[in-house]
Design a protein around this ligand. Structure first.
Ligand code: S3P
Length: 196
């Protein structure tokens, strides 16, 4: 896409986005990395639910899991996301398990536009292996086997997202463009539906 087309797309999205855009998907899908770039390009605030949980607890995620357990982390995650969703238009990156919570899904459905960043298993494995120790669910286990198990459990729920962006082994800027294009198609379809 040339520069003119891309700035036209940014302008269109900026004028139409009146709600949070919520990025979900597996660990390693690039929700934070791509979300930051997307926010920059659309001139929107960026929030990362995991970072907000860490800030609220003044602990890293592995420390929260270790000291308080996964259930306490999930509880904090639900509360933090509910709070962030009230901040209006923004790009919000979720942790991989957040969308599995029914209340969180309902809140997102009511207040935002959800986008599943669907990335192939091998690429997820490659990415998570670059940051060992960051993700407690992968500590001491075979990352590929665990991700594959989680993916099987989660994809029927991820599928409930408003948008599925299937990202091939694209570079960052291509992936961000793909997400923007998906958002545009979704928003235009919604406008058309409202008119008919
Ligand atoms: C988790 C994903 C992590 C983090 C926590 C649990 C999950 O976030 O929220 O370790 O259940 O998939 P990322 O998806 O950003 O790695």
């Amino acid at each position: 896409m040339n520069k003119d087309k891309s700035s036209k797309l940014n302008t269109l999205l900026q004028s139409k986005l009146d709600r949070p855009v919520v990025l979900l998907g597996m660990m390693g899908a690039g929700k934070s990395r791509l979300g930051k770039k997307l926010a920059e390009q659309l001139n929107l605030p960026f929030h990362d639910a995991d970072h907000e949980i860490e800030a609220a607890a003044d602990m890293t995620i592995p420390e929260i899991f270790e000291k308080h357990g996964e259930a306490a982390f999930r509880d904090g995650e639900k509360r933090v996301i509910a709070r962030l969703l009230d901040n209006g238009p923004q790009i919000l990156a979720l942790g991989g398990g957040a969308f599995m919570n029914e209340e969180t899904r309902a809140e997102i459905h009511k207040k935002g536009i959800s986008v599943w960043l669907d990335v192939e298993l091998d690429e997820l494995v490659e990415r998570v292996n670059r940051k060992p120790g960051k993700r407690p669910l992968l500590a001491g286990v075979d990352a590929k086997a665990k991700l594959s198990e989680l993916l099987a459990e989660r994809w029927p729920v991820y599928e409930q997202a408003d948008i599925r962006a299937t990202l091939s082994r694209a570079d960052h800027s291509k992936a961000v463009k793909q997400i923007k294009q998906c958002l545009k198609d979704y928003l235009v379809a919604q406008d058309n539906q409202a008119e008919n």
